[in-house]
Design a binder for this molecule. Structure first.
Ligand SMILES: N[C@@H](CCC[C@H](N)C(=O)O)C(=O)O
Length: 277
């Protein structure tokens, strides 16, 4: 089964075209493919291009635990580059995901991709977050020995954004996995620990739903930047600094987000079905 591997700031994905799927991609098989030792190794699988009624292309996004994600910012940039490499697109096109339709624009021969990610929503019923319908802004949540103040948002997939004076990987590892599955989030959640550096820069550490600690995340960058803008801590153009690199986010007054970042091609390969035995 053929695949193309790319990374976006160290957040790596395998792109598998539907015509190359030789065996049903069950939860267990996705887990095995993404496994860093027993499989190819990846932060997820992008299945496409698929037919779409409302966009140029359809895309399905799977996490390494086999769950399906509504949206993936880095995944959308990688898929856009894949379409460019296969000469299926020119500069601008649209992609349909479970989390909504996006517009993509390829630049620098595919090494940079801009995606109009859609509107960030803070409403509890949209994210979802349990409790009365409200905007989830500066609420309290407790895991282990720590009570955090958080904001929640969706850009198609759910995010829990925690503002701290300093962030580090060990905070994401210690608390991220517990917040991911906190009962406040019926669909689980991605988690970002955010430091506001100044009005144009934030730093985040990420614990992804269904993937764990990752070096970068486009939807996380979009959600965290929108929260920083919502809280009045940043202006509308924000550079998001992550261990894997930087993503540039633009937020409009009504929280439409545009994300721009790099993509790197890693490899093309063939998955042996023996791996699933
Ligand atoms: N790394 C992705 C996010 C992938 C989906 C996420 N784990 C989820 O389940 O929502 C990104 O770049 O946005």
């Amino acid at each position: 089964m053929k695949y193309s591997k790319y990374h976006a700031l160290g957040n790596d994905y395998l792109v598998i075209a539907p015509e190359d799927v030789e065996i049903e991609l069950t939860k267990e098989r996705i887990e095995r493919i993404c496994h860093r030792n027993f499989g190819v190794g990846s932060d997820g699988i992008l299945l496409g291009p698929l037919p779409s009624q409302n966009s140029d292309f359809g895309l399905r996004i799977f996490n390494p635990d086999g769950s399906e994600a509504e949206k993936s910012g880095n995944g959308l940039r990688i898929f856009s580059r894949y379409l460019w490499d296969r000469q299926l697109v020119r500069e601008q096109f649209s992609i349909d995901t479970l989390g909504g339709k996006v517009k993509a624009r390829v630049a620098d021969s595919g090494k940079s991709v801009q995606v109009e990610m859609g509107r960030v929503n803070f409403n509890s019923e949209k994210i979802p977050v349990t409790g009365e319908p409200r905007e989830v802004i500066q609420e309290s949540i407790t895991v282990l020995d720590q009570t955090f103040t958080f904001c929640a948002a969706t850009i198609g997939n759910p995010h829990c954004v925690i503002l701290l004076p300093e962030v580090a990987p060990d905070i994401a590892y210690k608390y991220g996995s517990l917040l991911e599955v906190h009962p406040s989030f019926p669909n689980r959640t991605n988690v970002q620990f955010m430091k506001v550096i100044d009005r144009e820069n934030i730093q985040i550490e990420i614990w992804e739903r269904g993937a764990g600690y990752t070096l970068a995340s486009g939807s996380s960058s979009s959600a965290a930047a929108a929260v920083a803008y919502k809280l009045g801590l940043c202006d509308s153009s924000i550079t998001v600094h992550m261990p894997g690199g930087q993503i540039f986010i633009q937020v409009t007054d009504d929280f439409m987000v545009t994300m721009t970042g790099g993509v790197t091609k890693v490899a093309e390969g063939v998955i042996s079905l023996e791996m699933f035995e």
